[in-house]
Design a protein around this ligand. Structure first.
Ligand code: AMP
Length: 201
């Protein structure tokens, strides 16, 4: 049973690594950013609300985000474990998640922080903006999202460090190399086979 958090700045590779971990560990990757984007695309009431904040690179209010996460974690596929990608991002979300898990008699097993230097993530995000046309990835919005991360979210690492749950992982390098580091951290150093580059058989 694994209940895991994957933290890191925008552009640190959380989404990519969460998908690889999910496939290896047989548990769902739950990205609050992806859930918001799907709702924006479908123009649901949640999407209409979230879009106002996402376009500016602001956090969607905790009340909205927390309710969405509670509902997602109550689905059967998350009962045996999950990888949360991009949540929690505020102290209040940390508390909320603790309460939700306590209500299930559960707690977190590990927290991974992907560490990537700021100029590297700006380069990655600008490349992705071009490739995917993400409206929250203009340079101005990117800089704002990074500031918000440094101010609101990076300090959460201390909370999890204090609980003995945190491992910082170097997020620079080929996807497969970073994945090998992440899985090693999650497995507490236990042996496992290295991860192949996507596309290589
Ligand atoms: P991401 O793809 O994780 O970078 O998320 C994209 C955007 O969705 C963020 O810039 C926020 O506007 C919103 N978002 C995602 N997760 C959260 C969260 N945990 N709390 C508040 N807003 C969030």
């Amino acid at each position: 049973m694994k209940r895991l958090l994957l933290m890191g700045a925008p552009g640190s590779g959380k989404g990519t690594q969460a998908a690889i971990m999910a496939a290896h560990l047989g548990i769902p990757a739950i990205s609050t950013g992806d859930i918001f984007r799907a709702n924006v695309a479908a123009a649901t009431p949640l999407g209409v609300e979230a879009k106002k904040y996402m376009l500016r690179g602001e956090y969607v209010p905790d009340s909205v985000t927390n309710a969405m996460v509670r509902s997602r974690l109550s689905r059967p596929d998350a009962a045996t474990g999950f990888i949360l990608d991009g949540y929690p991002r505020t102290v209040s979300q940390v508390d909320f998640l603790d309460d939700v898990l306590a209500g299930q008699g559960a707690k977190l097993d590990a927290v991974i922080m992907l560490v990537v230097d700021v100029e590297e993530v700006v380069r990655r995000l600008l490349r992705r903006a071009e490739a995917e046309g993400r409206s929250d990835d203009t340079e101005e919005v990117i800089r704002h999202r990074l500031e918000l991360f440094a101010r609101e979210t990076e300090p959460l690492a201390q909370i999890y460090d204090g609980r003995g749950l945190l491992t910082r992982v170097d997020g620079v390098g080929p996807v497969s190399t970073v994945a090998t580091r992440v899985l090693a951290a999650v497995n507490d150093g236990a042996e496992f086979s290295s991860v192949e580059e996507p596309g290589q058989a």
